[in-house]
Design a binder for this molecule. Structure first.
Ligand SMILES: [Zn+2]
Ligand SMILES: [Zn+2]
Length: 102
């Protein structure tokens, strides 16, 4: 499966803040400010094969021994859930707010 990196800055469609790319080698798939993501991937991270393009709301936070913090997103359009590793510069306040949802 081809890996398509999205390394240019973009404006978050949920909070409107500018999102800068992570350093080389890391794939950012959610906003570090509000943790919302976008349903662009279908089968795996970075494939951008989804036709949905719905916004994905952070539902819960999990801590996995192998990956560290994992954000569970759910698409507000098609309800698809996905698990995404938290980025090093994610807003920890937003993470703790999201983890208190459940
Ligand atoms: Zn945002
Ligand atoms: Zn969707």
């Amino acid at each position: 499966m081809p890996f398509v990196a999205r390394q240019e800055p973009f404006a978050c469609e949920h909070c409107g803040k500018q999102v800068m790319p992570l350093p080389r080698g890391s794939y950012r798939n959610h906003c570090p400010h509000c943790l919302w993501s976008k349903h662009v991937d279908e089968a795996g991270p970075g494939d951008r094969a989804s036709l949905c393009k719905g916004l994905m709301e952070p539902q819960a936070i999990d801590q996995e021994s192998s990956k560290g913090w994992v954000i569970i997103h759910r698409c507000i359009v098609c309800r698809k859930e996905s698990r995404n590793k938290a980025a090093p510069d994610d807003d920890m306040d937003a993470i703790s707010k999201a983890s208190s949802i459940h």
